[in-house]
Design a protein around this ligand. Structure first.
Ligand code: SF4
Length: 174
């Protein structure tokens, strides 16, 4: 009997420890509380499919989509770098695209999304203004796709260095 009690105590301590550890890991990861309804890593039995918007002809895979308080859907995007003073515009636009994809896929407009840098998170409101900016950029990109030559829009050699077109691109910085 004493062994059973000891075993029961060990099980309770182990269970409590597991719960604490998973909460700690979740907090550290920056994923908000709620059910994860989309995980771009998929699971052991299923590969995650990209979210797709027929209207925008856009596809993408947010790192996570979490159903937060009241079931509000929140896309979460992780960046492995340290946080800048404010999120980079490209990251904000990427998150806006995920908000649009979540709206199209789940039929529910997110109020905001989260960019999680290595050491800090930013909540980004998915406003009508941000949505319009996203549409304008997508329009511009579609226009550029029709062009024979498109001028480079950055001065970062690092981006060219990691680009698959650097050997054939006339605008390449490397
Ligand atoms: S190599 Fe050309 S396409 Fe690639 S990032 Fe640089 S400018 Fe852009």
């Amino acid at each position: 009997m004493p062994q059973l009690i000891t075993l029961a105590i060990i099980c309770i301590i182990f269970a409590a420890g597991s719960i604490w550890l998973s909460r700690w890991l979740k907090e550290r990861s920056g994923v908000p509380d709620g059910d994860v309804v989309y995980d771009d890593a998929g699971s052991w039995y299923e590969v995650a499919q990209p979210l797709f918007s027929k209207e925008l002809m856009l596809a993408g895979k947010p790192d996570y989509v979490v159903a937060g308080e009241n079931g509000i859907l929140i896309p979460v995007e992780f960046k492995s770098t340290k946080a800048p003073k404010k999120p980079y515009p490209g990251h904000v636009m990427q998150l806006a695209a995920y908000c649009a994809l979540v709206e199209s896929h789940f039929g529910q407009r997110p109020s905001h999304g989260i960019i999680r840098y290595d050491d800090r998170s930013f909540n980004i409101d998915y406003t009508r203004r941000l949505e319009h900016e996203l549409h304008a950029i997508l329009e511009e990109m579609r226009f550029d796709l029709e062009e024979d030559e498109v001028p480079r829009n950055h001065d970062a050699w690092q981006r060219c260095n990691g680009c698959g077109f650097k050997d054939v691109c006339a605008e390449s910085l490397v």
